[in-house]
Design a protein around this ligand. Structure first.
Ligand code: S3P
Length: 170
């Protein structure tokens, strides 16, 4: 049986929703950011600062390749917001399961990501962060729309988002 793969912009709730799905289904949760941190033995800001974004993207593909190695079991896989950018990642994501894109309005994303300093792409003043969110969302929209289906999380709790994924026709 195939798993569920969560993609979507930073702050759309992939990690929180992934935890809920994992608990409800009894499937293990794999998080690509956590796998990268474990294998690199560095934080994500350190990887961006020391190796650059391109190296982080290569690390993402490597973790996906590892996860997609047979036998692929039913798992919940939550991913980093930029994993959709490399076309070569898509066959790997689809090997892992149904790909669900979590979406949210830019102002909700801004509220949710707040002043956290663990996302190197969203460093800066609130104005800079707001502009960066809009620019990255515009750049990535087409890639997120390749998912099998999307859930707008703007006005839903994480538990409600999990319900929409598990019972899409309810
Ligand atoms: C990124 C999202 C982050 C993390 C890295 C880059 C992105 O993950 O992979 O900071 O490019 O959108 P989350 O989406 O879990 O915050």
């Amino acid at each position: 049986m195939k798993g569920i793969v969560l993609v979507g912009f930073m702050g759309t709730g992939k990690t929180t929703v992934g935890r809920i799905l994992s608990a409800r289904l009894g499937w293990p949760l794999m998080d690509t950011d956590s796998l990268i941190v474990q294998s690199a033995r560095k934080t994500i800001p350190q990887i961006f600062a020391e190796e650059g974004e391109a190296s982080f993207r290569e690390r993402e593909t490597r973790e996906l390749e590892r996860l997609a190695r047979p036998p692929v079991s039913a798992r919940v896989v939550s991913t980093g917001g930029g994993i959709v950018l490399k076309p070569e990642n898509w066959p790997l994501l689809r090997t892992l399961g149904r790909v669900v894109a979590l979406q949210a309005e830019p102002k909700i994303i801004l509220e949710r990501v707040g002043a956290a300093d663990d996302r190197p792409l969203l460093a800066g003043t609130p104005e800079e962060v707001q502009q960066r969110i809009s620019a990255l969302l515009a750049e990535r929209q087409a890639a997120y729309s390749l998912a099998d289906f999307s859930v707008d999380t703007s006005r839903l709790t994480p538990a409600q988002v999990a319900d929409k994924i598990l019972y899409p026709f309810a």
